[in-house]
Design a protein around this ligand. Structure first.
Ligand SMILES: [Zn+2]
Length: 148
């Protein structure tokens, strides 16, 4: 079901803000303690800012103290792709959106139970949809095709 989204660099630059582009397409990192979603406490779902795919639920969000929004599990195992990243002479696991390849952050093994995982993500890579918005299919002007 998860149809891949492939766009040219030019298209991503056009569709994203420069900060969104820097983080999601160039594997950047937002400064800690600056993200819009760090302290959000509403119930809802965090979507990929690039393609809209659901990635994390607020019920799996927790306060890690790292300065970035942290989750202990993704919406589903196939929503994301984990890739070993050995840059900077440490081995980390990069987390990307399975649908469009957006860089989201990294996963570490110091998270809380039950998974013991910490998905450390950039707020700018995410878009939050509160639960109250559920069930309204025609969200204003959101990109075209691909219903529920
Ligand atoms: Zn995506």
């Amino acid at each position: 079901m998860a149809e891949k989204i492939v766009k040219s660099d030019e298209e991503w630059r056009r569709d994203l803000t420069s900060e969104q582009y820097r983080v999601t397409r160039e594997k950047g990192t937002e400064p800690p303690f600056t993200g819009a979603f760090l302290h959000i406490e509403e119930d809802g779902v965090f979507h990929c800012v690039c393609c809209g795919a659901p990635l994390f639920r607020s019920t799996a969000k927790y306060e890690s103290g790292s300065g970035w929004p942290s989750f202990w599990e993704p919406v589903s195992a196939d929503a994301i792709v984990e890739t070993s990243d050995s840059s900077l002479s440490m081995v980390r696991t990069e987390v990307t959106c399975a649908r469009c390849g957006a860089h989201l952050g990294h996963v570490f093994r110091d998270g809380p139970e039950p998974t013991g995982l910490r998905y450390c993500t950039n707020s700018v890579a995410l878009r939050f949809a509160a639960n109250e918005e559920d069930g309204t299919d025609g969200s204003a002007g959101a990109g075209g095709e691909g219903g529920a």
